[in-house]
Design a protein around this ligand. Structure first.
Ligand code: NAG
Ligand code: NAG
Length: 293
């Protein structure tokens, strides 16, 4: 799986080569590869699957309904200027990373307009063919914008970025689908005081990610630059919930790394103690993570 973050619109594509490694090593050209994106359509959202030809060309788009609705965040700051005159965020409609995630033969996608998460199975012999598993399930909050999956725990967790902002987790099973594990949301409203749909891009939720050993669940949220010359910025937040046993705990360690304002995507650099954090202003940071998260 690869992610491309485009500086201007932060579009996220998920790519899958979902056959086991042994098969892909045997004949790379024979592996059916696909790229997926979420159209986030408020009248009924779809995943669009694209065939990746051996020369890299994307072709033959196939549309599969998620069973939920998309939604668009609002653009509420004058600078940088809004992408158009609609009042909405434009192509970067969720202000987030990882709204669609591929893991093995599972594909997860958020439905920001219906407060649900969809799970699909990818057909390994035809990776453009997706089957919805069960029905989309409620995310316990508003405006879900990012999802992460732990293959080790068989748990998916979703970040909601609207009025009821926070995290809910689900068990994942190929036949039973998604089953909610939490009675209530892990709230992040101390960091976010948002509307549904949210107004941003400042002070919005960004990304959710398990660490490589699945012993911690991490969330990033954006702060805000100084409102006037000489004022202090509002730093972004990193929430980290430890995984105890096979359960994501409900009490987070909360960090505001010095100088980091518009915390965006979280990528672990191969180990639990190092995160590449991008900042929506166009810079990146490497954060070290202590054993206490
Ligand atoms: C890639 O392959 C396809 C199918 O053979 C062909 O139509 C397309 O022109 C090729 N693209 C490039 C850039 O060579
Ligand atoms: C949250 O925002 C609302 C308006 O959107 C405001 O009335 C309220 O005071 C804010 N609360 C906090 C804790 O900032």
């Amino acid at each position: 799986m690869l992610f491309f973050s485009l500086a201007t619109c932060w579009l996220t594509l998920s790519l899958a080569s979902s056959l086991p490694d042994s098969e892909s090593k045997r004949d790379t050209n024979a592996v059916p590869r696909a790229a997926y994106f979420l159209d986030n359509d408020p009248s009924g959202a779809s995943i669009v699957s694209l065939d990746i030809l051996t020369n890299g060309t994307l072709s033959n788009p196939v549309r599969t309904l998620t069973g939920g609705k998309g939604s668009w965040a609002k653009w509420i700051i004058p600078s940088p200027a809004p992408p158009d005159n609609t009042g909405f965020a434009g192509p970067d409609s969720l202000f987030s990373a990882n709204s669609i995630v591929v893991s093995g033969n599972f594909l997860f996608a958020v439905n920001a307009g219906s407060n649900t998460l969809s799970l699909f199975k990818i057909d390994p012999s035809n990776t453009q063919h997706l089957t919805l598993v069960g029905k989309p399930v409620g995310t316990l909050g508003d405006f879900p914008i990012s999802v992460t999956y732990s293959e080790k725990l068989h748990i998916a967790c979703v970040l909601n970025g609207g009025t009821r902002a926070g995290v809910a987790c689900f068990s994942v099973d190929a036949s039973r689908g998604l089953v909610v594990l939490d009675g209530s949301l892990r709230s992040i409203t101390p960091a976010l005081n948002q509307t549904t749909p949210p107004g941003g891009p400042i002070l919005t939720a960004s990304d959710i990610m398990f660490n490589p050993s699945s012993t911690g669940l991490f969330v990033s949220t954006k702060g805000a630059p100084p409102s006037s010359a000489g004022a202090s910025p509002t730093l972004g937040f990193i929430y980290a919930w430890p995984v105890v046993g096979k359960t994501v705990s409900t009490t987070a360690t909360i960090s505001q790394p010095s100088g980091v304002i518009l915390d965006f995507s979280l990528t672990f650099l191969g180990a639990d103690d190092s995160i590449l954090l991008t900042d929506a202003a166009g810079v990146g940071y490497i954060l070290s993570v202590s054993s206490g998260l």
